[in-house]
Design a protein around this ligand. Structure first.
Ligand code: NAD
Length: 693
């Protein structure tokens, strides 16, 4: 074997039969030396599509290092055999099951293995394609060099799980690149895509797969220069400099992720400030801090959120049989849906009587591709898959038609009637309506059994949840195909039964209306929004209403009020006034807030009404409980997942139903009764709380 390309490495047989080496693999790793005495250590986690780093991976890495040490190669190259990328991070199941004491010992062992890798007396090169995240990236960090195959992504996203890096990332990354940039990456959990990774010094070299042998040769010849030993790195070896910077980091972090809700980033800053100049001390402290954080409520809840994602994905198995999609209506939603679906590999036609809307939709699709770091060829291919179709001819060929016309029943009815004449047999018709019940359209659609709701959220590229709604005659196959379709386009589907506002809007509306009522009572909008963000919502309800669009809020509130007068008792007059004045929120540049200079970030120190948090949050949770009792949603897990992945509901609380369980159902009912006594019937607790669920 004189050359290794990904295809060779993927081919287990070839590796095992290589002429110069015995590529015995113990399960997760394979090792072979080629005729140039390059050692190839390949990570290929058994029975997994994506590499995840577990205790077994480290134990087996130790065994492989024994072999490497016994017959030292000219250089050791570490890479992944998975087409999906280098590694996705630590095995979440292992983290979820871990107890504190044992885990500290396990972490210590894993550190020992990475220290051995780092200490090898031959050069070590990590070759990264696709994502190298968390523990996977920390393995690459223990190598001397990192070669990125174009398209690679590096990141330490542990803070998103209520943790910080635990396998040396906290000291190896700040040692490799500008320490402030390293801290920013770890504190935000954001990833560096290839170009940024190169610029920051995370990747020493970027190459294409076919040029990899030349890239490795260049590294070994000493032709690749690294920008290290910067002034900043030396400066931050001094505790005084670190303390100064840490003070600022603490203030900024507290504003975005308060310590009482998100302890991990604060623990990371403490680690760095205290031990940043001393690798050994930092290593010891990192292990202890990681094991401590792993037992925190925040971390347990965030790990649960991670598994909720899997719960939704698991419900969406099988083939969707959908190759071509036709979208009707190229407004805000139609354009986003069409662009996203094309980006994810399906052929899409898009119709709208307004030609300018079609033009804007193509620009939206391009922006979606660019946001997702698609290169120019991939973007071109995605745009080729999206065909503006002013006369709607595509509807006749599509396997799925998504209706995203205006939220006016008469317009939707006309669209459905036209589609009945054109859609092919077997095709599914789905509406993206946010507030109209499907039942009212059932008699007008081409095929009742293949009519359903596919409720995407705005913007589709950012909000992963899709509500998949069945009315009383939607057949099982249609539901399953739509769930699989959502999974196939990288969105998270939740199966729901047709009802007013479905799940997410039904829960959100009482929350938004209560916020507006508080405003009418004279409470400052900033005070209301601050109360919600203190609870852990990603933004306050008034900012959210502005962002969604006040006209849309009014539409949804009105149709929910018709159907559920007990839940939306009054629609505050200020909402109507704003809509009539054309001040519809972000899209108009002004709503309750002024949006001309970007997203408002209200913060207030004024003391809010004592019961404000319950007044805002409990109606939302109570609506979730109603949906569960009525069988609109299948389980508390799905409810939590839907609310987190659609609205960002305080993830560290594990979702609305998990929050209710933690607080106790009886206590939730009592708190609602208290609010009912003070503020009115709309707070009447749902029977769910008393029924011993
Ligand atoms: P929009 O007003 O931005 O777009 C509607 C588009 O439909 C316009 O481009 C219009 O020209 C076009 N149209 C009008 N008559 C048509 C016809 N007969 N055939 C085809 N197209 C026609 O509206 P939107 O915000 O994109 O909402 C579309 C749907 O999605 C609505 O049902 C809405 O409730 C739902 N929705 C909206 C949001 C949101 O935040 N905007 C979120 C989720 C769901």
């Amino acid at each position: 074997m004189s050359r290794y390309e990904l295809s060779d490495i993927l081919d287990t047989n070839r590796l095992e039969l290589g002429p110069a080496g015995e590529a015995r693999g113990s399960g997760h790793w394979r090792y072979a030396m080629d005729e140039d005495r390059l050692g190839w250590l390949v990570l290929d986690c058994r029975d997994k599509r994506v590499n995840t780093i577990s205790q077994a991976v480290f134990r087996e890495l130790a065994e492989q290092l024994d072999k490497v040490e016994q017959d030292l190669p000219k250089a050791l190259v570490i890479r992944s055999a998975k087409p999906a990328g280098f590694a996705a991070g630590a095995d979440i199941a292992m983290l979820s099951e871990a107890g504190s004491d044992d885990f500290e010992t396990l972490l210590g062992e894993a550190h020992g293995v990475l220290d051995r890798l780092e200490g090898l007396s031959c050069p070590t090169i990590a070759v990264v394609h696709g994502p190298a995240l968390g523990a996977g990236y920390e393995i690459a960090l223990a190598c001397d060099w990192r070669v990125a195959i174009d398209g690679a992504t590096f990141g330490l996203p542990e803070v998103r799980l209520g943790l910080h890096p635990g396998l040396g990332g906290t000291f190896r990354l700040p040692r490799l690149i500008d320490p402030l940039a390293a801290m920013t990456l770890m504190l935000t959990g954001s990833s560096a895509h290839t170009r940024k990774a190169k610029k920051l010094g995370i990747a020493d070299l970027v190459t294409l797969e076919r040029h990899l042998p030349a890239a490795i040769a260049a590294v070994l010849r000493g032709d690749v220069k690294r920008k290290n030993g910067s002034f900043k790195q030396r400066a931050f070896e001094l505790a005084a400099a670190r303390n100064l910077a840490a003070g600022r980091m603490r203030r900024e972090t507290q504003a975005k992720a308060p310590k009482e809700h998100y302890p991990a980033p604060h623990a990371l800053i403490d680690l760095w400030a205290e031990h940043g100049g001393d690798t050994k001390a930092m290593q010891k402290a990192e292990i202890a801090s990681f094991a401590r954080l792993l037992q925190s409520t925040t971390c347990r809840n965030l790990l649960r959120v991670f598994s909720l994602r899997q719960t939704l994905k698991d419900a969406a198995k099988g083939a969707d049989g959908i190759k071509t999609v036709h979208v009707v209506g190229a407004g805000i939603m139609g354009a986003e849906i069409a662009g996203w679906v094309a980006r994810q590999g399906k052929r899409v036609t898009l119709s709208d009587p307004d030609k300018a809307a079609l033009g804007r939709a193509v620009a939206t699709a391009r922006a979606i591709c660019e946001d997702g770091h698609l290169n120019s060829l991939e973007t071109r291919d995605a745009l080729d898959r999206l065909m503006p179709d002013p006369f709607g001819y595509g509807a006749a060929r599509a396997d799925l038609v998504i209706e995203a016309g205006p939220e006016k029943p008469e317009i939707k009815q006309k669209i459905f009637a036209d589609l009945a004449a054109t859609m092919k047999t077997g095709a599914i018709l789905a509406t993206n309506t946010s507030s109209l019940q499907l039942e009212r359209f059932v008699d007008r659609v081409p095929a009742k059994a293949r009519f359903a709701g596919l409720h995407f959220f705005n913007p589709v590229r950012k909000v992963p949840l899709v509500e998949v709604i069945s009315h009383s005659r939607t057949d099982k196959q249609t539901r399953e195909r739509l769930l699989a379709f959502c999974d196939g386009i990288g969105r998270l589907p939740v199966a729901l039964k047709d009802s007013p506002g479905f799940l997410v809007n039904r829960a959100l509306m009482p929350y938004l209306m209560e916020a507006l009522l508080l405003m009418e009572e004279g409470v400052d909008k900033e005070v209301i929004d601050t109360a919600a963000t203190r609870f852990g919502m990603p933004m306050g309800p008034i900012v959210l209403a502005d962002q969604v669009g006040l006209d849309i809020c009014l539409d949804v509130a009105q149709s929910m009020q018709e159907a559920l007068p007990e839940s939306i008792a009054t629609i505050p007059a200020r909402l109507r006034e704003k809509v009539e004045a054309g001040e519809t929120g972000r899209k108009a540049g002004r709503g309750f807030y002024d949006w001309s200079e970007g997203t408002p970030k209200p913060a207030s120190d004024a003391s809010p009404p004592e019961d404000i948090e319950d007044r805002l949050i409990l109606p939302m949770i109570d609506a979730c409980a109603s949906c569960l009792r009525l069988g609109i949603v299948g389980s508390e897990e799905e409810t939590d997942a839907a609310m987190i992945f659609a609205t960002g509901f305080a993830p560290f609380r594990g979702g609305p139903m998990h929050y209710a369980r933690t607080r106790g159902h009886a206590e939730i009912a009592t708190a609602l009764e208290r609010l009912k006594g003070r503020h009115g019937e709309r707070f009447t607790p749902d029977p769910y709380w008393r029924n011993g669920h």
